[in-house]
Design a protein around this ligand. Structure first.
Ligand SMILES: [Mg+2]
Length: 450
């Protein structure tokens, strides 16, 4: 696609050439349409050190080369076109840039004539601009899930977001009020995993932007309120061959899954503790997984590395034939590392024929203690990072250097948190003083816009 011609045709005056760093922060340059011809070829220049990629000030410029297939015309600002870019340096793709990391795993799977299709369920809260409370003061029910009135009080915004997705051809099909006061979820069609990752990045940008326009603030923070359900980011996964056949489906199996599906799942279960460092990447994330029961009666977040049929208390749920749902990730996860991590672990599962074990059919929130030998999820970010550090699977897939860079940057973040004053309680209504049992001001300042 020739972006210059496209700009003329669609009346695009400016392009946002963007990339996402390790921490999922969206970085961009705004480029006038007159310069896009050159940028499409050479890329937009960025100083890598200025973002979370573990680069040094002496490194040469990175070039963000836009992927024309990712073009999204901002529905609320149609003179601007958004482009996801791949990072290049010294004439080579930057192996430690998240979108390139995902591409490399896609290519690994493509060599087996397979591709991953996925869909994500991004939960978010609508809060006041100062971040102190949920936006709708009337949204106070103990069991607010699917509450029609609370949903319709946000109709203006929800409609603006959903209309945008319709306009963009994403196939949105439902919107609801979720399990916590002030929490919402919107679902659109699954597609190939690179497209889902690009849309996931754009969705977060879009929700935040449109909420701001209505005088609200949207947050994907994993656990903004201690006593309420947190923001998950579940993914539905299936592997297809090049002819469009779902390789995860097998009607003869109890749960409707093929051997390939079980092996892929076995790979994810095998690497789950290490993946937690990517899927639950913030200090705040560990207040969502392993959390005590919330006001609504359940956290909906997993606490063990187990799978089951249609039972939402496990890390993996099989809702029907030909796919499964991974429920580990939270709203802070990097959209590219989400898909790349699933692929790396899943491909390892296929190659090593990893066995996920037997499905477990108990309510893990109630009877989890009775399940013998179930692996537990790491309790802190430090523990997750030490699992990541030990993961041969992920180091082989992404290189030692890349994994070490990620760990290094996250450790700097942990240090900042530990040295910050955590006495200030971020949200009203929390009386406990133990750090584990409060949402600190530091978490709020650093995670609300994750
Ligand atoms: Mg949900």
């Amino acid at each position: 696609m020739d972006l210059q011609k496209e700009a003329k045709k669609r009346k695009i005056k400016y392009f946002l050439i963007s990339y996402v760093d390790f921490f999922g922060v969206l970085r961009s340059k705004l480029v006038p349409a007159g310069s896009i011809k050159e940028m499409q070829k050479e890329g937009a220049g960025f100083a890598g050190f200025s973002t979370y990629l573990d680069m040094s000030p002496s490194d040469p410029d990175m070039a963000a080369i836009p992927d024309p297939k990712s073009l999204i015309q901002l529905p609320w600002q149609t003179d601007v076109g958004w482009l996801a870019a791949d990072l290049w340096m010294n004439g080579k793709p930057v192996a430690s840039s998240p979108r390139v990391m995902l591409r490399n795993q896609i290519n690994r799977l493509a060599k087996k004539n397979m591709n991953l299709k996925s869909g994500v369920e991004c939960e978010y809260f609508l809060i006041t601009p100062d971040g102190n409370s949920i936006a709708d003061q009337n949204d106070i029910a103990d069991k607010p899930c699917y509450d029609q009135s609370a949903l319709m009080r946000q109709y203006d915004l929800i409609r603006a977001i959903c209309d945008s997705m319709i306009m963009l051809g994403w196939g949105p099909y439902q919107n609801d009020h979720e399990d916590a006061n002030g929490q919402f979820e919107m679902n659109w069609d699954f597609s190939d995993c690179l497209q889902t990752a690009d849309r996931h990045v754009f969705f977060k940008f879009m929700v935040r932007t449109l909420a701001e326009k209505k005088g609200l603030r949207a947050t994907f923070m994993p656990k903004p309120f201690l006593n309420k359900t947190g923001n998950g980011c579940h993914a539905h996964l299936s592997i297809w061959d090049n002819k469009g056949k779902n390789l995860f489906a097998d009607k003869s199996d109890n749960l409707g899954l093929s051997k390939t599906a079980y092996n892929f799942m076995g790979g994810i279960i095998n690497s789950a503790e290490a993946l937690t460092a990517w899927f639950n990447p913030t200090i705040n994330s560990y207040k969502r997984i392993n959390a005590p029961v919330t006001a609504s009666g359940a956290t909906w977040a997993p606490n063990t590395i187990t799978y089951s049929g249609n039972n939402r208390t496990h890390m993996i749920r099989v809702p029907g034939s030909g796919r499964f749902e991974l429920r580990l990730m939270d709203g802070a996860t990097n959209p590219y590392l989400l898909q790349a991590g699933i692929l790396a672990a899943g491909i390892d599962g296929i190659e090593k024929k990893r066995n996920p074990g037997k499905p477990i059919n108990v309510n893990m929130y109630k009877d989890g203690h009775k399940v013998k030998g179930a692996k537990k999820l790491p309790l802190t970010l430090e523990k997750s990072l030490s699992h990541l550090n030990k993961s041969k699977v992920l180091k082989d897939a992404f290189s030692k250097e890349t994994i070490n860079s990620y760990i290094k940057l996250k450790n700097i973040e942990i240090k900042k948190y530990n040295s910050s004053s955590n006495k200030k309680i971020g949200f009203k209504g929390s009386k406990q003083s133990i750090k584990k049992n409060i949402i600190t001001q530091w978490e709020k300042d650093n995670t609300l816009d994750c």
